[in-house]
Design a protein around this ligand. Sequence first.
Ligand code: FES
Length: 137
Amino acid sequence: MADVDKWVYSNIVKDHFMHPRGFLVGAPKEGEFDAEGEVGSPACGDIIRIWIKVDKATDRIKDIKWQTWGCATAIASASAFVEMIMKNGDMKIDEALKITPTEIAEYLGGLPSRKFHCSILADKAFKKAAENYRANQ
Ligand code: FES
């Protein structure tokens, strides 16, 4: 576990930053995703965008991708969030909505306390994408 009171990143954070899972290269293709969510951080002004593809019959997330204009922690947190959703197969939207920023930080082996706000971005952008998806159904 990283020392959360110091500016120390766990090896898990470094791995997700260096090898981000679910990063979308370029713009999404027409029809590639069913919904998008975007949020900005009031703490730093950074932005994250998440796209989801959903199986309409089962409400399971078939694909999830993201882009961020944020820091290393935002990148690692978005990558960890996607891995948490996809690692055991496609998760239902309701299950994914229960993932908290604290769980993302724990999954990453802890975050410096001053960087915790970065872990909130992925979770909030996903909630927006899920809302947008349901609004369009
Ligand atoms: S400092 Fe802005 S997302 Fe981390």
